[in-house]
Design a protein around this ligand. Structure first.
Ligand code: DAK
Length: 263
């Protein structure tokens, strides 16, 4: 892989988009390599992913403007599909993905962070959807995910004005969960990921699915989705060991990682 670095430490995998010369902009090759990396994550052992960008300046400065500038309508559509497929793969990935946003997250960069479950950022992070200034609409889910994550009014303001947001403002509107000094960001992401990885993996996966799927339907249907995924946890090693440890009052065991079972 030329532009994607993937490292595993225990139960946490870190994917780094590594095209620093172009501020980690997403060209077709980056999208292909990212997709292949996700396909190859060992879901038997890895329980949480971190997505970040190489260097201290940029997470992802958007889709590659150079590559896009010469696209025909058909090629533009194909490029859009490639991006959307990878972003959906991240969004629906069975395990949680934390975006550690370490600088610019513009256009496709903001959009890829919004495809992750959780966003935390460095104090120099800048978020924005500058597409209308480039003569296009946000095309990797920005119009949809920003409106769902913040509010329709705020999303419309940010998208129509193409104004960039600093880290503290992104925090204030709920786009990111926390802001850290640059040098502490990755450590904070790793700590959060390790904490998630300590919990019962089937339950964590089912929580992600319940939240994601439930948000697409009305409350009556959403509750049914939750019931099914709740029921699905029973008779698993996770549930037996998790509750067993509590009932045995074994504090040591309670903190132990319960082995993952594919059932
Ligand atoms: N694409 C390609 N190269 C980029 C880039 C990008 N998005 N952003 C930066 N670079 C490159 C620069 O060209 C420069 O390359 P060299 O000149 O050194 O070869 C290098 O990275 C360093 O950038 P700067 O010299 O500009 O660095 P500065 O610190 O001065 O400025 C900046 C940093 C992030 C403010 C600036 O680079 C900038 O404004 N970049 C563009 C940000 C942007 O507008 N991003 C949104 C792109 S639009 C679609 C689906 C999705 C999309 C499109 C279509 N379909 C459904 C079809 C998504 C669109 C977008 O993401």
């Amino acid at each position: 892989m030329e532009f994607i670095k993937y490292e595993v430490d225990g139960a946490v995998g870190t994917i780094t988009i590594s095209r620093e010369k172009a501020l980690n902009a997403l060209n077709s090759q980056v999208l292909d390599e990212l997709s292949e990396t996700l396909d190859n994550v060992d879901l038997e052992t890895v329980r949480c992913l971190i997505l970040t960008g190489a260097g201290e300046k940029s997470f992802v400065a958007g889709a590659d403007i150079g590559e896009m500038s010469t696209l025909t309508k058909a090629e533009g559509e194909a490029f859009g599909k490639k991006g959307n497929d990878v972003f959906r793969k991240l969004e629906t990935f069975p395990i949680p993905v934390i975006a550690a946003v370490n600088g610019f997250a513009l256009g496709g960069g903001c959009e890829i962070s919004m495809s992750c479950d959780i966003r935390i950022c460095s104090d120099n992070a800048i978020f924005g959807q500058p597409e209308v200034g480039l003569g296009i609409t946000p095309g990797f889910g920005g119009t949809q995910r920003l409106a769902r994550l913040v509010s329709p009014g705020m999303a419309k303001q940010l998208i129509y004005t193409a104004r960039n947001l600093k880290a503290d403002e992104a925090y204030r509107i709920g786009l990111v969960n926390a802001v850290y000094p640059q040098e502490e960001l990755l450590g904070a992401a790793q700590k959060m990921a390790a904490g998630i990885a300590m919990n019962a993996p089937i339950a964590v996966r089912n929580c992600k699915k319940a939240i994601n799927d439930g948000l697409q339907v009305d409350m009556d249907q959403a509750i049914v989705i939750e019931e099914k995924l709740f029921g699905d946890c029973f008779e698993t090693e996770d549930q037996k060991a998790g509750m067993g440890n509590f009932l045995e009052k074994d504090k040591e065991k309670k903190l132990k990682v319960v082995p993952f079972q594919n059932k």
